[in-house]
Design a protein around this ligand. Structure first.
Ligand SMILES: [Zn+2]
Length: 89
């Protein structure tokens, strides 16, 4: 029986195994040169998750999408208002 990668709950055989892109780890990269630079990069991969974790992941992805859309709309409104002000003056 597979286990959920996120909450390690056992996933029953009848349940359709769901796969989602989840964070599987981090890689620390070091660069030696003129200045010492160190940065951490997240790694993502497809892993089997349970129904509730998949729903949570989907919810989070949707929220991120909505936030991006909101920022985009705000930018358009700001640009529109600015061009309106320029047009009036
Ligand atoms: Zn889970």
């Amino acid at each position: 029986m597979p286990r959920c990668y996120l909450c390690s709950k056992l996933i029953s055989v009848e349940e359709r195994p769901l796969r989602r892109r989840v964070r599987i780890g981090e890689v620390e990269k070091k660069k030696y040169g003129a200045e010492r630079a160190r940065f951490v990069q997240s790694q993502y991969g497809m892993r089997v998750v349970c129904k509730s974790c998949a729903a949570f992941q989907d919810h989070r992805a949707k929220q991120k999408e909505l936030l991006e859309l909101h920022l985009f709309m705000t930018a358009i409104v700001v640009v529109g208002l600015l061009s309106l002000i320029v047009w009036i003056l």
